[in-house]
Design a protein around this ligand. Structure first.
Ligand code: PXG
Length: 442
């Protein structure tokens, strides 16, 4: 490896870092210079166990040989080809493989470069679909409080995270929000799906009545809300949302950017909850996080509604320079092979009971307010320090990093989502580290 790649630059000021406390970071930088399987290597040569699959994306673990080789080979063979009005075989091949593993009826794939772009694409497909059917009065989009759908304008409009919205003006019009499903008083320390709260889906009926169903295009929710601190849907909630959408001709969009590709122990969240949406957004695990890519799945009926008019005309005025980029598709195909060869899309289900017991063993650790888990996802919610929200969890993050485990925090919630190749001993390592951390932080 050329030396320059792993040298600490002498000036950190130019890179305005995303979703980062820039000033804090630049005073005490935390740099990774290498990664393999479950671990990162820091610039001072320490090994750090990846408790978060990077940012919920490296589902097969790091630097997997098949994926690395596929990227190298594709870069040397066909680096780029125009994405509009031209094709290259591997994009079609990858779309076919994705459709093969998707829930029944999700027959078409639109390629993007990120989760945020997948969300914008899905919202635009939903609006244009109704219009293509002559139902253009359906313009409203319904999201949910505490939802995270990326950072572009459509996504923050239907999203429900205040800090991601409040600085950015009027956002999209014609948007309403369901209430979130987090009911700490009734559901704290639930293992898996909470018992209480399915009736919150009925709020959709109320919103639809308020606006009239004839104006509503789509509802978008994460099957399990990840970024906002692992909010698991109450038993029966998603089924009920599906029923209400069906009753009123409203499209249901699942944002599976996190829940896709094995996170819950099934290929998709739709499989876990046995609810098939009309449109499904994915990214992250689609290429094991290695190359930026997203994929939006749509039902045949939705795709086919666009396929009318003269055949020389473009049917959907949307797409990206890098939609179906050859190197991303090569990475994606090799990722799916790795998932399949190692049974990773269902490995989360095998490990889930062990994971659940391990996490809940932290119940009596200092300042623990709630623990929740599903598949290979977990959250430990901490009591906030009075007057200083987020500080305790951030201190825990720093301390865990010092002790050799990477965790994520949002507010005062610790979120965990390790690579699906994790071994039981490594689950113990994460939990033992967190126990020490919680005993030590203020
Ligand atoms: N939808 C969902 C459900 C997501 O979780 C996006 C869309 C946007 O994806 P992109 O690729 O545009 O970032 C996401 C992304 C965290 C964390 O630690 C979560 C995400 C990204 C970064 C950090 O909670 N989710």
């Amino acid at each position: 490896m050329p030396d320059r790649l792993n040298k600490r630059p002498n000036d950190l000021s130019a890179f305005w870092m995303p979703f980062t406390a820039n000033r804090q970071f630049k005073q005490a930088p935390r740099m990774f210079v290498g990664a393999k399987d479950m671990h990162y290597t820091t610039e001072d040569g320490r090994q750090v166990l990846d408790g978060t699959s990077g940012l919920w994306c490296v589902n097969a673990g790091h630097c997997r040989p098949k994926i690395t080789e596929a990227i190298q080979q594709q870069a040397a063979e066909l680096d780029y080809a125009p994405a509009f009005q031209m094709g290259h075989p591997i994009a079609f091949e990858f779309a076919n493989r994705l459709v093969d593993m998707a829930p029944e009826g999700m027959d078409h794939v639109f390629f993007t470069n990120s989760g945020s772009e997948s969300v914008e694409t899905a919202l635009k497909i939903a609006l244009a679909y109704h219009r293509a059917k002559g139902d253009g009065s359906r313009f409203r989009l319904i999201g949910r409080e505490r939802g995270y759908h990326g950072v572009n304008f459509g996504g923050i409009s239907v999203g429900g995270i205040v800090a991601n919205r409040k600085m950015f003006g009027t956002l999209l019009t014609g948007v309403d929000h369901l209430p979130h499903t987090h009911l700490p008083e009734q559901n704290s320390f639930t293992r898996g799906e909470p018992e209480h709260g399915a009736d919150l889906a009925d709020e959709l009926g109320r919103i639809v009545t308020l606006h009239d169903a004839s104006t509503v295009a789509a509802v978008i929710v994460e099957p399990v809300a990840g970024s906002t601190g692992v909010l698991i849907p109450p038993k029966g909630y998603l089924k009920r949302l599906r029923e209400i959408c069906d009753k009123h001709g409203i499209l249901l969009i699942f944002d599976e950017v996190i829940t896709g590709f094995g996170r819950l122990g099934t290929p998709f969240g739709a499989d876990y909850f046995d609810v098939v949406p009309d449109i499904m957004t994915t990214a992250k695990g689609v290429t094991n996080g290695v190359i930026p890519m997203g994929a939006v799945f749509a039902k045949k009926e939705i795709h086919d509604a666009f396929m009318n008019g003269p055949e020389h005309l473009i049917e959907f005025f949307h797409g990206y320079t890098y939609s179906g980029n050859p190197i991303a598709c090569a990475a994606g195909l090799a990722t799916l092979e790795t998932y399949n060869e190692e049974g990773l899309l269902t490995r989360g289900a095998e490990l889930a009971p062990y994971w659940e017991d391990a996490l809940h063993s932290l119940k009596d650790a200092p300042n623990v307010k709630d623990i929740r888990n599903i598949g290979l996802v977990g959250a430990i919610e901490l009591e906030s320090i009075a007057g200083e929200p987020t500080k305790r969890a951030f201190s825990a993050f720093l301390k865990a990093y010092e002790k050799g485990v990477l965790i994520r925090t949002t507010g005062d919630i610790i979120a965990l989502s390790p690579p699906l190749i994790i071994e039981k001993g490594q689950i113990d390592e994460i939990v033992d580290c967190l126990r020490d951390v919680l005993n030590e932080v203020e």
